[in-house]
Write a protein that binds this ligand. Structure first.
Ligand SMILES: Nc1ncnc2c1ncn2[C@@H]1O[C@H](COP(=O)(O)OP(=O)(O)OP(=O)(O)O)[C@@H](O)[C@H]1O
Length: 236
C-alpha cells in the first residue's frame, strides 16, 4: 500500500487473538484505524466488537498480538451503557468531572477549570440542568448523554464508543451524531461500535466488518457491499 504515509493510522492491531476461557473470541485480527476519521465497528451479536474495543484499550489481556496507538493526546472510552453500574452513588457532575482525572496531577482535587469544562460538556449534551442529580435517577438516554459529556470533558484525541446510540430516541441520536461529527472536525479519531446498517453511510467514513475475524475494513463505499454483509452476518 504505497500511498499510505506514516502517521495515517491512529490505531494498529497486529495478529490479535483474544479468549475469555479457552475458545478464542477474536482470531488473528490485523487492523488499522485511520486518524481523524469516524470508523464504525459492525457485526452480529457476539461477533467480538466489545471485546475488540476492550483489547485495544488494554482492558483485556490478549492471548497474542499487539496494539499500538499513534495519537497526540489521551484516549477516551464510552462503554456500553448496560455494562455500567448505574446504582453507584454519584451525581451527574461527579461522573463528568471523572473525565478530567487524566488532566489532574497525583491526588489533586478538580480545579474550578475542571468543573467549568465539565459543566460546558453537560450543556453541550443538553444536560446542563442535571448536574446535581444522582445518575441512578436518569433515563437510559440521559445516562448515555452524561457518558458522552464525560468523554467531551476528557478532551482526548482518540475515542472509543461502544454502541452510543443503543436505546436512545431520535433526538438524542441526532445530538450524539452532531457531537461526534464536531469532534471529528476538530481532528479527533472516533471508533464506534454500531448496529444500524441504514445510517452507516451518513455517519461514518470508514468501516470494519467483523465476525470473530475481520471480514472487511476500509472506506464505507468500498467495504459496505451486499457480499461482505452476507459474509459477516451469514445470511442472504
Ligand atoms: N466476560 C465474558 N466471559 C466469557 N465470555 C464472554 C465474556 N464477554 C463476552 N463473552 C463472549 O465473547 C463473545 C463476544 O462478545 P462481545 O461482547 O465482544 O460481542 P459483541 O460483538 O460486542 O456483541 P453484541 O453486539 O451482542 O454487543 C460472545 O460469544 C460472548 O458470549
Amino acid at each position: 500500500m504505497g500511498e499510505i504515509m506514516e502517521g495515517t493510522w491512529a490505531v494498529s492491531v497486529e495478529n490479535l487473538t483474544v479468549a475469555y476461557d479457552r475458545a478464542p473470541v477474536l482470531c488473528n485480527v490485523d487492523l488499522h484505524l485511520p486518524k481523524g476519521q469516524m470508523t464504525a465497528i459492525v457485526g452480529p451479536n457476539g461477533a467480538g466488537k466489545s471485546t475488540l474495543l476492550k483489547a485495544m484499550l488494554g482492558l483485556m489481556k490478549p492471548l497474542s498480538g499487539k496494539v499500538t496507538f499513534d495519537v497526540d493526546g489521551g484516549v477516551g472510552y464510552v462503554p456500553q451503557s448496560a455494562s455500567v453500574d448505574w446504582d453507584f452513588p454519584a451525581t451527574v457532575q461527579d461522573v463528568v468531572v471523572m473525565g478530567r482525572y487524566g488532566h489532574l496531577g497525583w491526588l489533586r482535587r478538580p480545579t474550578a477549570k475542571d468543573k467549568h469544562i465539565s459543566h460546558l460538556a453537560l450543556q453541550q449534551v443538553g444536560m446542563g440542568a442535571y448536574g446535581k442529580r444522582q445518575i441512578s435517577q436518569l433515563s437510559g438516554g440521559q445516562q448515555q448523554r452524561v457518558f458522552l459529556a464525560r468523554a467531551l470533558a476528557q478532551e482526548a484525541s482518540l475515542y472509543f464508543l461502544d454502541e452510543p446510540f443503543k436505546g436512545v430516541d431520535v433526538e438524542t441520536e441526532a445530538v450524539i451524531v452532531a457531537l461526534l461529527k464536531g469532534l471529528k472536525a476538530k481532528g479527533k479519531t472516533l471508533v464506534v461500535v454500531h448496529h444500524d446498517l441504514d445510517t452507516i453511510e451518513s455517519y461514518f467514513d470508514h468501516i470494519v466488518l467483523i465476525n470473530q475475524q475481520i471480514i472487511g475494513a476500509g472506506t464505507v463505499g468500498t467495504v459496505l457491499t451486499q457480499e461482505n454483509l452476507r459474509r459477516t452476518y451469514g445470511r442472504g
